[in-house]
Design a binder for this molecule. Structure first.
Ligand code: NAP
Length: 296
């Protein structure tokens, strides 16, 4: 890209904060907006412009990146008189990196096309530590030439970009990836609960996994401490995986595809959410498995 884009970054949560900082560190001109203003303070401190509304941000940047919770949050920052779309003149670019539904993404693609805005559908694989270390894998949907045009921007946040096809293919691929993450997490939690129920230390499960080269998975290591200490500081908040599991089931239902294990995982995530654990890391599902045992 000859002229570097002026990037407006929206959504400074667990992931967005780290991604925006990496763009800044890579030398891009980054302005930010976040609904809760307090999260912008560290960006103002390093010299980034802080916009008071999404519209104000979109007026000062030609490229907007969104990393917010869900479709309602996207509507919150895109729509209305103070939304990003109200400031689009055509020729701008919107790169969504949040995990949304394929339907929402398809509708957004159309809206951007009508407005003359380039749209990239770029959700990410990788959690908090991957975001902090610019090691995300970006699952890219959209026009290939636009993905290529923005490669330096995507590179500043990631270790690799997988091109999936026209939008919403990035989002479709993201749901396939998260299906595995959801099941790996519940598998770890159930295995630890079964170990505890049989009177053996859950740590033995991790020890045996680590010694078996075909089962020694980086994701298990990432969640090991949570499971063993039974502490669940959020890296991937459970509420977001519940959202994603519902997107997966909705997509499968459209094609008459049955996903019985994903359905069971969604029920466990929902139970955990209803127990008040939505803001904790998704590995907190362990509590819903072990609490009745320890009480009994
Ligand atoms: P998070 O920490 O919960 O941050 C969510 C962000 O969305 C915050 O900036 C929040 O603003 C904003 N937001 C929420 N509702 C809003 C609304 N109505 N209007 C405006 N802004 C709103 O989430 P995260 O973990 O960074 O995840 C962000 C997205 O990436 C989600 O779609 C998630 O599924 C996906 N993802 C997460 C991970 C992970 O491991 N965490 C990995 C891959 C993908 P406030 O600060 O005002 O609350």
């Amino acid at each position: 890209m000859s002229i570097p884009p002026r990037i407006g970054f929206i959504g400074l949560g667990i992931m967005g904060r780290a991604m925006a900082l990496n763009l800044f560190k890579a030398g891009f001109q980054v302005s930010v907006y976040n609904r809760t203003r307090q999260r912008t303070i560290e960006f103002a401190d390093i010299g980034c412009e802080v916009a008071s509304t999404p519209r104000a941000l979109a007026k000062q940047a030609d490229t907007i990146i969104t990393m917010v919770s869900d479709p309602a949050a996207m509507d919150g920052v895109l729509e209305g008189p103070e939304g990003v779309i109200s400031a689009f003149k055509g020729g701008n670019t919107l790169i969504n990196m949040s995990t949304l539904s394929p339907d929402y993404t398809a509708a957004l693609t159309k809206k951007c096309f009508i407005a003359g805005v380039n749209f990239l559908d770029c959700p990410v694989s990788g959690s908090k530590s991957a975001a902090e270390n610019a090691q995300l894998v970006i699952l890219a949907g959209g026009k290939k030439e636009i993905v290529d045009k923005f490669s330096s921007v995507l590179k500043a946040m990631s270790r690799a970009v997988v091109y999936a096809g026209p939008a919403p293919a990035g989002t479709a691929l993201k749901l396939c990836m998260n299906l595995i993450v959801a099941q790996l997490t519940t598998a770890l939690a159930e295995s630890a609960a079964l170990a505890q129920a049989q009177g053996i230390a859950p740590g033995l499960v991790f020890e045996a996994l680590a010694l078996n080269p075909t089962l020694n998975c980086g994701y298990f290591n990432l969640k090991k401490e949570n499971i063993l200490k039974q502490e669940f500081p959020p890296a991937f908040p459970l509420k977001h995986m519940l959202k994603d599991a519902r997107f997966m089931l909705a997509e499968a239902a459209k094609k008459n595809l049955s996903l019985p294990v994903t359905k069971a995982v969604e029920s466990l995530l929902e139970k955990s959410y209803n127990s008040g654990y939505g803001e904790k890391d998704l590995s907190v599902v362990l509590r819903n498995l072990t609490e009745p045992l320890s009480r009994g």
